[in-house]
Design a protein around this ligand. Sequence first.
Ligand SMILES: Cc1cc2nc3c(=O)[nH]c(=O)nc-3n(C[C@H](O)[C@H](O)[C@H](O)COP(=O)(O)O)c2cc1C
Length: 400
Amino acid sequence: MDKGNPPVENWLNLDEIEELATKTVSKKAWAYYYSASDDKISKRINTEAFRSIQLRPKVFVDCTRCDLSTNLLGNPVSIPIYVSPAAMARLGHPAGEAGIAEACRSFGAMQIISNVASMTPEQIVAGATEGQVFGWQLYVQADRTKSERMLARIHKPKAIKFIALTLDSPVSGKREDDQRHGNVNNSMTASSSEDGGYEHSENDSGKLLNLTDDEVFVGMDPTLTWSETLAWLAKHTTLPIVLKGVQTHEDAYIATKYRDQVKGIILSNHGGRSLDTAPPAVHTLLEIRKYCPEVFDCLDVWVDGGIKRGTDVVKALCLGARGVGIGRAALWGLGAGGVAGVKRTLEILSEETKTCMRLLGVEHVRDLGPQHINTRLLERQIYDGPAALDRDQIHSRSRL
Ligand SMILES: Cc1cc2nc3c(=O)[nH]c(=O)nc-3n(C[C@H](O)[C@H](O)[C@H](O)COP(=O)(O)O)c2cc1C
């Protein structure tokens, strides 16, 4: 699948890897990975927002050493970069999500397994080493018994440390690239969501099914709410919950009210695949800093969307994120070069992150802070939003 591409060690950056993958994977896989909703504005500004932040290097500092290790939900990891949940990795390369897991293993990186992965969670974590960290992402099904059975199943592998509950896609965004190229928006293995996913997912054959987004989203429960869904989830798992798809400071603040159960939030617009013109994670980080900075003390805040460079990773960390996710970049790496391609992707991003930290004069991830960035340009562009809601108002809304 990766025949004809230059040796991985010659790949220089993530855009170059995307170009190689574009030439390597099928048109259908390309369209599924590349696409975003409507005019792809959120997808574009996810990356642009990082670029409009400037760095503030401190000079005359010994920068011999640089240590990327940190912890995510208290789990030690070697790098703050993790792989976001993404469906259908085997569409791009037969190594699939297990191949991504192998690459993560060699970098001490965390991986979140999609509810609609193209391999079973058991297959994906099969080679996990002591200390390798996985999360499992949940799309709650209208037939809750399916999700309940899936939760029971993912409690078994010790490597799965938390549930990431995705909230930003109760219905599918309109993704025209998918529609244009083969009119197939989602294919998945039957195995991934056996018991917990979709109607069509009933065996472990590993055969790729072709489903339209409409079909995939048929099983999804659009009725989720703070009070009902978290209470239901509490009956079926004691694993920590991370809410994926938070896009406003108000919702970040509400999440702190559920911190007995909710231990983290992921600021994400689903890589621009859900609501077009929804804000990039960086905007939400800035909002949280302004209106409710205590969120950073109560919860792990992670971000994803548009990460292309180590400088993007560092900027997110400076703004208070503990973890920084990559979605498409891992899929492009896999598509362009299988496991070696994902390793190269993680290597490039880690090396760029280290270079950036050293040039900033920072040795440890924990020492990065707002003093290392200038966000004035970005803040001018951001809609300032309505005055922050009164705390009680926010909380009472969450009971609706
Ligand atoms: C092809 C593809 C499939 C995805 N599938 C899922 C999914 O199953 N569950 C989920 O929560 N997010 C899913 N996402 C969103 C990612 O988890 C992540 O939020 C997004 O890709 C980050 O943006 P980036 O691709 O620019 O890094 C998917 C994204 C892509 C590109």
